[in-house]
Write a protein that binds this ligand. Structure first.
Ligand code: ADP
Length: 190
């Protein structure tokens, strides 16, 4: 099975949940830039201080900060047999910088979790009510979806143009159903 995998999909598609499960199954680290940034905010690091307001607005953290954060993380020993990226790259500039920085250890395969917009908005609003993540309010949700369309969606043609396959997975169903779909698609993809 491919072991250097990128999860793509709009906010609310369930990337984090599926990425965690798949990382456990493949025995590779789950690297989520959203989680890393939220941790920096909680710890009050310099990066966290810079990121907090940007995240609350639903905008993107400057590319250079995120790129160096991820490349540093990927220098750690546990990524030797692969990694699962979640939330990065989020635009073409990040993807280009990452490809240049990683050379022969860049992404092998991308998985796109697809969920239509009406369903996404209702999921994100539900999550806001339950978990109270500070960027799950109405305004920020709309902004994050807009940023996804403008900045991240172009990656759906960036990767195929560079010979990296993007596999589409239907993201509507139970967590187990979606996970089963992902595993079957990955097995087929080898
Ligand atoms: P979402 O479910 O909205 O995709 P994430 O947890 O992936 O949530 O990201 C939350 C926020 O963290 C984003 O809205 C953005 O502000 C910031 N962030 C995460 N990853 C990146 C990245 N690769 N580049 C810039 N900003 C990022």
């Amino acid at each position: 099975m491919e072991r250097r995998i990128l999860f793509l999909g709009p906010p609310g598609a369930g990337k984090g949940t599926q990425a965690k499960r798949l990382a456990t199954a493949l025995k590779v680290p789950h690297i989520s830039t959203g989680d890393m940034l939220r941790r920096s905010v909680v710890l009050g690091t310099e990066l966290g201080r810079q990121a907090e307001a940007i995240m609350a607005a639903g905008d993107l953290i400057p590319d250079d900060l995120v790129v160096s954060m991820v490349i540093e993380r990927l220098e750690e020993e546990d990524t030797r047999h692969g990694y699962l990226l979640d939330g990065f790259p989020r635009n073409e500039a990040q993807a280009v910088a990452f490809d240049l920085g990683m050379t022969d250890r860049s992404i092998e395969l991308a998985l796109l979790i697809e969920v239509d917009e009406v369903e996404l908005i209702s999921r994100l609003q539900g999550r806001a009510a339950e978990l109270g993540r500070s960027d799950d309010n109405e305004q920020t949700i709309a902004r994050r979806l807009e940023v996804y369309k403008e900045e991240t969606e172009p990656l759906l043609s960036y990767y195929p143009a560079r010979g990296v396959r993007v596999i589409e997975v239907d993201g509507v169903g139970s967590i187990d159903q979606i996970f089963t779909r992902i595993v079957l698609l990955l097995e087929e993809a080898i």
